[in-house]
Design a protein around this ligand. Structure first.
Ligand code: IMP
Ligand code: MG
Length: 173
């Protein structure tokens, strides 16, 4: 595996994102909603860089797919979602690849009638989108490579790594 984005680069970028988000939502009833499981590390760090009061909720999303392949139906769970009606919601995920997960989640959250609904992702994969939608905030644009670490997994491993890495053929099962 080789490192694509270091822990230091991630930390710096999250400070910038937090400052921008704090400015945008100043005086607003903000709820940050993380997408389990990939966003947990990002959402924990992002929250601590947002300098205004806000609440936290989670949703789950899974798509029927192989370890590194994309496509398939996205299944959404809202059992951990607090009441977001009339609140400003920032949906936070690890990566925007095809965009199908975020797109599906936005439709679901919209049913609860939030005051506003925006998206923040750590990584945005260049040129992979299959939906008519872009994230409102993103940490880094990356090439179309399979990445792990900082919450992102390959077959449920590697989430604990502090940096973003690219797997090499010998790392793949
Ligand atoms: P999308 O629906 O295609 O945008 O994919 C979003 C989800 O796919 C993310 O929440 C990740 O769980 C997973 N994913 C997409 N690309 C990668 C990757 O390069 N590494 C790890 N997980 C990925
Ligand atoms: Mg995920």
């Amino acid at each position: 595996m080789y490192t694509l984005i270091t822990a230091e680069q991630i930390a710096l970028r999250i400070k910038e994102l937090g400052a921008t988000i704090s400015e945008t939502y100043q005086g607003r009833p903000l709820t940050v909603v993380g997408v389990l499981s990939g966003s947990v590390i990002f959402v924990a760090d992002l929250m601590r860089s947002i300098g205004i009061p806000h609440r936290l909720g989670f949703v789950t999303a899974s798509s029927y797919r192989g370890a590194t392949t994309t496509g398939g139906e996205v299944t959404v769970g809202t059992g951990l979602l607090p009441d977001i009606t009339n609140r400003d919601v920032l949906l936070v995920d690890d990566i925007f690849d095809t965009g199908r997960t975020i797109s599906r989640l936005l439709k679901e959250l919209d049913h609860a009638r939030p005051a506003s609904l925006r998206t923040a992702v750590l990584l945005w994969k260049d040129g992979c989108s299959q939906v008519d939608l872009v994230p409102d905030y993103h940490g880094f644009c990356i090439p179309n490579q399979f990445v792990v670490g900082y919450g992102l997994d390959y077959d449920d491993d590697y989430r604990h790594l502090p940096m973003i890495g690219v797997l090499e053929p010998q790392d793949l099962k």
